[in-house]
Design a protein around this ligand. Structure first.
Ligand SMILES: Cc1cc2nc3c(=O)[nH]c(=O)nc-3n(C[C@H](O)[C@H](O)[C@H](O)COP(=O)(O)OP(=O)(O)OC[C@H]3O[C@@H](n4cnc5c(N)ncnc54)[C@H](O)[C@@H]3O)c2cc1C
Length: 409
């Protein structure tokens, strides 16, 4: 909370109740001691689901959901701050609060399906997302999972999704597939529906939730009720969702790195207190100062992105893509620099520092691989350039006589 307090004047939409709720979340997570990363995955998974359900019972799942849908209608930025607090404790708590990928159902599902799933999410259920396929998650427009027509207007979906998280824990899946007309569409499928089968793979980080392959063998969908968005709107649904979801991921990652920062600072101070170190050397002081600045700057950018998304500003999409890549890289590089300052004590299998590093490395892939995000950000910056950008440059154009263009900017 010390890390977030200085941001208070910048967030006038948050009332003192919001800050008190954040402090309670922090205290609750302090009490709910996590089993270490070296215990069985099933134990961690059950623990994480239990934490989510407990926090949902205290209203943390539906904090930003509109009152008309049973939520507390708090500003979107309060969810980002909750994510930061969760990340501070453990990056595996990234789904402990909020709707997560279940937010896909809020804006774009039919009323009956939306209300049914919102009730489940409010009680602590999880909704997973199944988009990535073997040809590459960075090319969702090329997915091959396909729906075929079945009797009584039903669709049957078949295909294989890879590198999917929350496999055994999700109560439902938002699956991206080609509809019978070949357009990319999205639908919610209950995890208990026939035709779903999953196979776990051991990840090198973010191992709290199960992860691996989700296979669909003629999984039934009712296009009249189960579609997220209209038929063929899958890519737009995906983009809009991630414009809001990515800054939350980024805030969680930055929370994890800030937690490492605090742990390292305290360990160094304690070593001086007990006489293990005569003083803290300059390299450590510089690392603490620089990373405090870079983590805070990246957090501010992620909060600005959340605010843009909350206001329905189209620029949220660009900010979310480049901000996720930048924020997670900033978090990872901070942990890379800070963790060695306490030596090998931070490299044991059960060290939260080693865990944060492995989890942040996993986030370089999850929710968008970084070169792809930067590349698509660059593309947006070129194609959506406002006219005045060209009018304020003073470069000579090639048609001007004797003009010499610079070889690089
Ligand atoms: C911990 C974790 C959790 C995840 N959770 C989920 C989940 O819940 N649901 C889900 O659907 N997915 C999930 N993913 C998958 C994630 O979204 C993908 O890993 C990510 O989108 C990148 O896809 P990919 O791994 O297939 O890599 P690719 O898309 O194959 O990209 C690999 C590299 O190839 C590059 N590349 C792409 N095209 C070209 C080209 N033409 N020439 C040269 N290089 C190219 C990319 O830029 C990148 O550098 C998760 C991944 C991880 C690690």
């Amino acid at each position: 909370m010390d890390w977030l307090e200085p941001l208070r004047p910048l967030l006038p939409d948050l009332a003192s109740d919001d800050w008190a709720r954040l402090a309670r979340l922090d205290a609750l997570l302090d009490q709910l001691t996590a089993p270490g990363p070296d215990v069985a995955q099933a134990v961690r998974s059950a623990y994480l689901l239990q934490v989510r359900q407990q926090l949902a019972g205290a209203g943390y799942a539906t904090l930003t959901v509109p009152a008309a849908h049973g939520g507390a209608a708090r500003p979107a930025v309060s969810q980002a701050l909750s994510q930061f607090v969760c990340g501070w404790h453990d990056l595996d708590l990234r789904d402990a609060t909020g709707l997560g990928h279940g937010a896909l159902l809020l804006g774009a599902a039919g009323a009956a399906v939306r209300d049914r799933w919102l009730a489940r999410l409010a009680a602590g259920d999880l909704v997973g997302i199944a988009a990535t396929e073997r040809h590459g998650g960075s090319r969702i427009q090329e997915i091959t999972t396909r729906a075929t027509l079945a009797p009584r207007g039903r669709w049957l979906i078949s295909g294989e999704k890879t590198w999917v998280s929350r496999l055994g824990e999700s109560a439902g899946w938002v699956v991206f597939f080609r509809d019978p007309d070949g357009r990319v569409s999205a639908a919610i499928i209950d995890a208990a529906a026939p035709g779903l089968q999953w196979e776990a793979i051991q990840p090198a980080g973010l191992a709290g939730w199960s992860w691996g392959v989700l296979r669909l063998h003629q999984a039934p969908v009712n296009p009249g009720t189960d579609l997220i968005g209209s038929p063929g709107a899958g890519l737009a649904v995906f983009r809009e969702h991630f414009a809001r979801f990515r800054p939350l991921v980024t805030a969680t990652a930055l929370g994890a790195a800030a937690g490492v920062h605090a742990t390292v600072a305290e360990a160094l101070a304690a070593r001086v207190r007990v006489g293990m170190l005569p003083r803290v050397r300059d390299n450590a002081l510089i690392a603490l100062g620089r990373n405090y600045a870079s983590l805070t700057a990246a957090l501010l950018a992620s909060l600005a992105t959340v605010a843009l998304g909350g206001a329905g500003d189209v620029r949220a999409d660009l900010w979310a893509r480049v901000g996720k890549a930048y924020g997670v890289e900033t978090a990872l590089s901070a942990v890379d620099e800070l963790a060695p300052l306490v030596g090998a004590a931070g490299f044991t299998a059960d060290s939260p520092l080693a865990k944060a590093r492995a989890d942040l490395a996993a986030l370089r892939y999850a929710d968008g691989i970084h070169d792809s995000l930067y590349r698509s950000g660059g593309k947006t910056l070129l194609t959506d350039r406002p006219e005045q950008v060209t009018t304020v440059t003073h470069l000579p154009v090639p048609s001007e006589q004797d003009a010499v263009l610079p070889t690089s900017a």
